[in-house]
Design a binder for this molecule. Sequence first.
Ligand SMILES: C[S@@+](CC[C@H](N)C(=O)[O-])C[C@H]1O[C@@H](n2cnc3c(N)ncnc32)[C@H](O)[C@@H]1O
Length: 236
Amino acid sequence: MKDIYEPEYVEILFDRMSESYSRMNNITSFGFSEKWRKQCVSEVDIEKGKMVVDLMTGMGECWKFILKKADSKSKLIGLDFSYEMVQRAEKYRAKLKPHTIEILRENVFGNSIKDESADYVVSGFGLKTFNDNQLRKLAFEINRILKPNGKIALIDISVPKNKVLRIFYLFYLKNVIPLLGKLFLGNPEIYKMLGIYTQNFKNSEGVFQIFNNPNFEVEYLSYFFGCATGIKGRKI
Ligand SMILES: C[S@@+](CC[C@H](N)C(=O)[O-])C[C@H]1O[C@@H](n2cnc3c(N)ncnc32)[C@H](O)[C@@H]1O
C-alpha cells in the first residue's frame, strides 16, 4: 500500500495540483485561506531588517503579508520541494518589487538554511501532509534554523470540534471539494487527498505537543471555530 506521507508521494501530488491550487484554494475556502495566512504572519509581528523563512512556501502565498513588513535590509527565504510550485513561486517573485527573496527547492528535512539564521519561521497549510515522526523532525529543523528568541507561527486547516459544523465540514471536504477538483482539474482524486490528510491531521494539538518542549515556548491557535488551527511561539 502506498504511504501518503512519503515525500515523493506528496511532491508529486503538489506538482499535479499546482496549476489549480490558487483558484481552488480561494474558491473552496470562501476566501478564508487568505485571512488565515494573514493572521498566521501577523502572529510573529515581523520587524524590519530581519530574516523570515516561509516553510512549505508553495507558490509564495504568504509572501505578500510578509513583505508588507519588509524593508531593503529584510530577507525572505521560501522553501518548497515541489518543482511545479517553485516554478510558479519564481514567476511570482519576478513580478514583485525588488526584494531579497531566495527560493529553495528543497525538502525541509535536509534543507540548507544555516543554523540559527532566521528571526522568524512561518508556514501556511504545510503541516497536514506530515505524520507525527515528520512533525518531530520539523520541530528539530525549526529549532536548528531559528535564532534564540526567534519566533514561529504555523497553521493548517483542521476539523472543527463542534459536531454540527464537523458534519458539514467533512461532507464538504470529502465530497464538494473533490467535485470542484474534477471541474477545474478533471481529477477529483488529487483533491480527495486533501480531505484525507486533513481528517488524519484533525487539528494542531499534536503539533502543539511536539513543539511544547524545552526548546520552545508555544501557544495554541484556533481560527473560525477550529476550521484552522496552529501554534505560535518563540525559541527559548
Ligand atoms: C498546502 S501547500 C501550502 C502552500 C502555501 N504555503 C500556502 O499558504 O498555500 C503545502 C506545500 O508544502 C510543500 N511540502 C510538503 N512537504 C514538504 C517537504 N517535506 N519539504 C518541502 N516542501 C514540502 C508542498 O510541495 C506544497 O507546496
